[in-house]
Design a protein around this ligand. Structure first.
Ligand code: ADP
Ligand code: MG
Ligand code: MG
Length: 890
């Protein structure tokens, strides 16, 4: 009943049902509908609310045997906000509501611990003033600091009754000064104000902004939970804490968590005192510990998921105050799924669905090369797995600027020039954000940084939580580091590192080093392997990889790819030994010269293909014939022009050659090359290149067949088809050339096309007559359907579109379902209308995105193809889609 009771209220009610009323303090929930009515009435309590609250309160009083405001034995409650989903900006919880100058004495008398009563009262005044009436928290902290100073004590817990009584007096005076009112003594008035404040917080600036950004309707409203207090601050056999049903970091069986003896509510998370590990609860409060362990199991079984709970122990007796499905990093999610199946807690299908497939990429993070030694600078807490290396920055803003600059520079490199890109990446590793601790404002910097390093906080610190959420490596609490933000240096054991110097962190071990350690690719753990193998059994979509080199192909296989869905052949022309040959081919005037240049390229291409086929063995390999326009293989016109001018001045020998180059470059120059002579258009105008490529493929097929006896499964793919006639012509070319090499169509290879233009989707039925398969090229399809040039869009306005919520995510990251997705579906449907068994795949970047994969599952595709690193993510996402599809069909 989350919608009506809010997440917190629904779970408290459900826990009461499962664990029994003696384990969960009694209370009642004011529904989200009341909040909506309050809003509709322009910020007035709706009629009937007061009466209903009074009624519920009466029941609670009867149940507890105490009365609100009773000077002898008062009922005290907490007031907790809770919407359908937890969100920032909502009112913080108010504890101990119901206390006043008289009932505090009753409380003291009853429990014979005067100190406890006054501690509760001063907390209440402080919280009520701060949370409900907005008196700045710093004012109270100053009073506390002053009184501790005056009494010569260091910790809050050392303040005696007299001190606490004085403090309460100071707080109520402060309340008066700040609000111009006396502190409300009447408990029902306290409650009325607190409830209104919760409703009002729903309309607060932060909450409204958050809802606008996340498109959450205002009409959801928030619920208000009023719950009888239990007291963790009654002495050493009381306390409060948080716990996870399994290790929050690794998912290993055995709960993890923290507790504080003699503490109330927020003390544990606020970090005012050093918490103790949950295992120590066994010694301090054995009965409560035993009970808690049992309850964690019960809750897991009930919710079918790992739980994250809040509890309080009062005089040795355990009370549960909250439970929810635990947020967890990828490794814990995988571990939980595997263990849950082994323990028969969940079926494989259910277990798979508890995993956030997209987050699994964190497990495919790089690590320090285990074979290499490095000099550790220090060690902190490994708070988010994966290794990262980069230049030190000290603020989120610097991280963002540095990353923007790096990307800008990288965009200057040709996308197809793999060598230059690799060199650039090695020299520009990005940045590591180094801070004492992080806050909400720093989150933008997490996106931009490769990793996060802090000197304070632990596994549950802000930095750790956010980094894990984003899959960024993080080391926290490296307390030996002295991070001097003023001087912009980090000091550690006599060493000093300035902004811009290299640092490397290992978010698993917590190691920090200034060595330029090599980062190596990840290995898949046995648990992850198990999840992947279930996925392979359950999924119906095939998963292939986009790979251009034998090395990528091998990696793709290691990650479980069932074939290559896209091999781009352009890089084969760009390697240092090939570019001059390619250039000679493009510049050739006589036909002979051109053929000679192509003949020199052919053996090199053949070798490339042999390597790919060998790596993939019997698995299918889709090879796309050359796509980019020819000018990409020549130097930029301006550059050549300068060279020509220089040669003229110097009267050098190469002038004639340079002039010819300039002429060719100018002739090939296009205003908009992306929409120019690319793909099959090039194949039609300059068939020699495609002929050479097909010969090279055919010869490689023969060579591998002769060597291994196993014929490779080759799919030759024609790019950028608009008209069925284009494919008809190209297919004839392939069949003719491959035939001359002794290969038979349909037997030794198939011919298909990339569907990447809107027109091709519209006439897919006609195109299908000439195609054995379609592979949707969703990168170009997105560019051409939206009229977005990817590089320009991502560099210039996508950020603004995301911020204004015109798009939720980049259409290059996740498929634009209503536009591009519908084109794809039309293409798939029309293609199958002509050929019911037409093989359909997708090879854009969307092939590795879980949301898009779900869409492709429902579009009837046979397989997705993505970058090798996304293959494991795609395998799990495809299985989840299949499980959900089967479930919804029931
Ligand atoms: P949040 O969403 O910020 O965790 P909660 O309402 O869960 O807010 O509560 C804040 C703290 O107060 C938690 O530690 C919780 O356990 C404690 N708390 C809430 N209600 C009670 C109660 N009735 N008795 C004792 N502690 C409570
Ligand atoms: Mg809170
Ligand atoms: Mg809570």
């Amino acid at each position: 009943m989350r919608d009506l009771l809010g997440g917190k209220g629904a779970n408290v009610a459900e826990m009461t049902r499962i664990l029994g009323p003696e384990r969960v303090p009694a209370g009642f929930t004011i529904t989200t509908e009341a909040c909506v009515a309050y809003m509709a009435a322009g910020g007035e309590e709706p009629s009937g609310l007061e009466e209903e609250i009074a009624e519920a309160l009466a029941r609670l009083e009867e149940l507890s045997g105490k009365r609100l405001g009773d000077p002898e034995d008062p009922l005290l409650v907490s007031v907790r906000s809770g919407a359908r989903e937890s969100m920032p900006g909502m009112l913080d919880t108010v504890l101990n509501l119901g206390l006043n100058d008289r009932s505090v004495r009753g409380l003291a008398g009853r429990t014979s611990t005067e100190r406890f009563a006054w501690d509760s009262y001063r907390r209440f005044v402080q919280m009520f003033a701060n949370v409900v009436r907005g008196v700045p928290g710093a004012r109270f902290e100053r009073e506390i600091a002053e009184i501790k100073n005056a009494r010569g004590v260091r910790s809050d817990t050392e303040l005696d009754v007299g001190a606490l009584r004085e403090l309460t007096g100071r707080f109520t005076r402060l309340f008066g000064e700040e609000t111009g009112e006396d502190f409300p003594q009447e408990p029902r008035e306290q409650l009325r104000q607190a409830v209104r404040a919760v409703f009002d917080s729903w309309l607060g600036e932060r909450a409204v902004a958050y809802r606008r950004i996340n498109r959450i309707p205002d009409e959801w409203g928030t619920a208000v939970n009023v719950q009888q207090m239990v007291f963790g601050n009654k002495g050493e056999s009381s306390g409060s804490g948080v716990a996870f049903s399994r290790d929050e970091l690794t998912g290993a069986p055995g709960p993890s968590g923290d507790f504080l003896p003699n503490a109330q509510g927020e003390d544990v998370v606020s970090g005012v005192r050093n918490t103790r590990d949950i295992s120590e609860l066994a010694g301090a409060m054995p009965e409560a510990h035993r009970e808690l362990m049992k309850i964690l199991k019960t809750l897991e079984r009930h919710y079918g998921d790992m739980q994250d709970v809040e509890f309080t122990v009062e005089d040795g007796r355990l009370y549960m105050l909250q439970t929810r499905n635990a947020k967890r990093p990828a490794q814990a999610a995988v571990r939980f799924a595997v263990d849950a199946v082994a323990e028969k807690l969940l079926s494989r299908e259910q277990a798979l669905l508890t995993i956030d497939a997209g987050g699994l990429e964190a497990l495919l993070h790089r690590t320090f090369d285990p074979g290499l030694a490095y000099a550790p600078l220090t060690r902190g807490v490994g708070a988010s797995p994966g290794a990262a290396k980069g230049f030190i920055v000290f603020t989120a803003a610097e991280a963002i600027v540095a990353e923007e600059r790096r990307r800008e520079a990288r965009r200057g490199i040709r996308r197809t020039d793999h060598e230059a890109l690799a060199r650039f990446d090695a020299e520009n590793p990005g940045v590591v954000l180094v801070r004492p601790f992080t806050e909400a404002d720093d989150v933008g910097g997490f996106h931009a940084a490769r990793g996060i390093l802090t000197s304070e906080g632990g596994k549950a610190s802000h930095a750790a939580l956010v980094a894990r959420g984003m899959g960024r490596p993080c080391v926290c609490g490296a307390s030996e580091l002295e991070i001097d933000l003023e001087a912009r240096v980090v000091r550690c054991g006599g060493e000093e590192l300035a902004a811009g110097e290299l640092i490397a962190i290992d978010g698993s071990s917590g190691d920090v080093t200034r060595d330029d350690v090599a980062l190596v690719e990840p290995r898949i753990t046995p648990e992850f392997e198990a999840v992947l193998s279930w996925s392979d059994e359950l999924r119906t979509l095939g998963v292939r990889a986009n790979a251009d080199t034998p090395r990528d192909a091998q990696r793709a296989r290691d990650f479980g790819a069932e074939g290559i869905g896209l091999c781009r052949t352009e890089h084969m022309f760009l390697a240092a030994d090939r570019q001059p040959k390619m250039r000679a081919m493009i510049l050739a005037e006589a036909d002979e010269d051109r053929r000679a240049a192509l003949a020199a390229l052919l053996p090199l291409q053949r070798e490339d293909f042999e390597g790919l086929f060998a790596a993939m063995e019997e698995r299918p390999v889709t090879i796309r014939l050359l796509d980019p326009p020819l000018h990409e293989f020549l130097p930029a016109r301006l550059e050549v022009q300068h060279e020509v001018e220089r040669a003229r001045v110097e009267q050098s020998d190469d002038l004639a050659e340079l002039e010819r180059l300039l002429e060719r470059v100018s002739a090939l120059e296009e205003t908009n090359p992306m929409l120019g002579t690319r793909g099959c258009r090039l194949g039609i105008l300059q068939p020699e290149i495609y002929e050479m490529q097909v010969s090279a493929i055919a010869q490689a097929v023969r060579a591998v067949r002769e060597r291994t006896g196993e014929p490779p499964l080759v799919e030759i793919m024609i790019p950028l088809v608009d008209y069925e006639q284009e494919l008809d012509i190209m297919r004839a070319l392939v069949v003719r050339v491959a035939g001359a090499e002794g290969l038979e169509e349909g037997e030794d290879y198939t011919v298909g096309t990339m569907i990447e233009l809107p027109r091709a989707c519209c006439v897919a039925d006609r195109i299908a007559h000439h195609a054995d398969f379609f592979s949707f090229g969703t990168n170009d399809l997105t560019q051409t359907a939206l009229g977005f040039s990817r590089d320009d869009v991502e560099g210039k306005f996508l950020a603004a579109y995301l911020e204004r919520k015109i798009v939720g995510r980049s259409p290059f990251e996740t498929i634009d379902e209503p536009g591009v997705g519908q084109l794809l579906r039309m293409g798939a449907w029309l293609g199958r209308k002509t050929k019911p068994n037409l093989k359909l795949g997708i090879c854009g970047e969307h092939g590795g995105d879980p949301e898009s994969i779900e869409f492709f599952q429902h579009s009837g595709l046979n397989y997705v193809s993505c970058s090798p690193f996304r293959v494991p993510v795609a395998r799990v996402a495809a299985a989840q889609s299949a499980v959900r599809a089967a479930g919804s069909a029931l």
